[in-house]
Design a binder for this molecule. Sequence first.
Ligand SMILES: CC(=O)CC(=O)SCCNC(=O)CCNC(=O)[C@H](O)C(C)(C)COP(=O)(O)OP(=O)(O)OC[C@H]1O[C@@H](n2cnc3c(N)ncnc32)[C@H](O)[C@@H]1OP(=O)(O)O
Length: 382
Amino acid sequence: MIEKEDVNHCVATILAIGTATPEEFVLQSEYPDFFFRITESENLVELKEKFKRICDKSGIQKRHLHLTESILAGNPELCKDSSETSSLLARQSIANAEVAALGARAAKKALQEGGHSAAEITHLIVATSNGIRMPGPDLAIAKILGLRHDVRRLMLNQVGCYAGGTALRIAKEMAESGGISTRVLIVCSEVGAFTFRPPNEKHPDRLVGSAIVGDGAASLVVGCRDPKLNSSPGQLLELHWAGQFFVPDSEDDLTATLSEQGLIYFLSKHVPALISSSVCELLPSALAASSKTRDLAPNDLFWAIHPGGRAILDQIETKLGLRSDKLRVTRETLASYGNMSSPTVLFVLEEIVRQSSRSGEWGVLLSFGPGLTIEIQLLRRC
Ligand SMILES: CC(=O)CC(=O)SCCNC(=O)CCNC(=O)[C@H](O)C(C)(C)COP(=O)(O)OP(=O)(O)OC[C@H]1O[C@@H](n2cnc3c(N)ncnc32)[C@H](O)[C@@H]1OP(=O)(O)O
């Protein structure tokens, strides 16, 4: 598990980050009224009160959502919860258009911010849990951006919320094995076309998903730094170590199953406790990867955590004994965007880079999702 440090080994480095969201957003305080009205569920009075309690405790103030009232009106099957109504094709049709379009907007910002041309990109990794189509949004994004015909594409379908961390881990391996001219473009893009559904009294856990998901896309350019050269201004964060783990016997605690009614999530109440306990166990493996981090304490690090839910952040903070400022950027991302699945943790990273003067040289990125699977990475500011 522990990798040997090698001074001659080139270091994978994040060179640029760009993000994008749909223009439209909803205020969390107004969402219960909208959600129960648009799904014609106003008769479920107690369920609506429960939904309001979940929204109030979510730590979210607003979320950007592609599915506006007019889009839902044009796709009424998304607002029905009957096994006799299939909404799969309507959902896929929205995803076909929007996942690539939103992802390409984020990617254009990343390329522009880092001063990279489309021709420089040697590898493309695209992640989404919104839809399955061949060819996928990776090809559509390559075409929109004008990437080279020999760009090496990898599509991460249905990985869930940890896909931002997975993409970063694979990009690190590609960059370090490909050498200093390798440029990996990561695009994580989600529009909740597959997860929107009406409230259902038999499935209270689905209310949690309806109360926290948002839409967004994030894109990163990852390259390699020659270890003999110092960092230069275009380099943001070095990726020193990346690992993936599953939490034993937790495969039924967070699941997503494709059906005629889209992707149906199940979230058990144990998710916050399982993830937070596992993070405490895994942290020493990440810190042991470098002699410079081996003796660091959690409060010596900066933290970029997938803001999957407020309770998960609370429990990680308590169990690791983190000062409240350590998760400030993560909580602000949750408040402004909700849980956008795969790109969310990359939004956190973008803000951490923007606030570069604060909070330490070394940091940890955490993302998690079905499995339960945890991606953990050791980062260093350039
Ligand atoms: C998609 C991916 O791949 C990865 C992901 O990110 S998946 C998302 C992971 N996120 C989660 O699992 C959510 C974690 N949970 C939370 O953040 C919080 O529990 C919350 C914001 C939902 C609620 O806040 P809280 O402090 O726990 O408030 P609490 O009063 O205990 O719960 C509010 C209500 O929600 C209900 N609730 C909370 N979690 C629930 C669950 N998983 N299933 C069913 N009901 C749930 C509670 O029973 C309670 O109901 P009542 O008010 O009727 O008693």
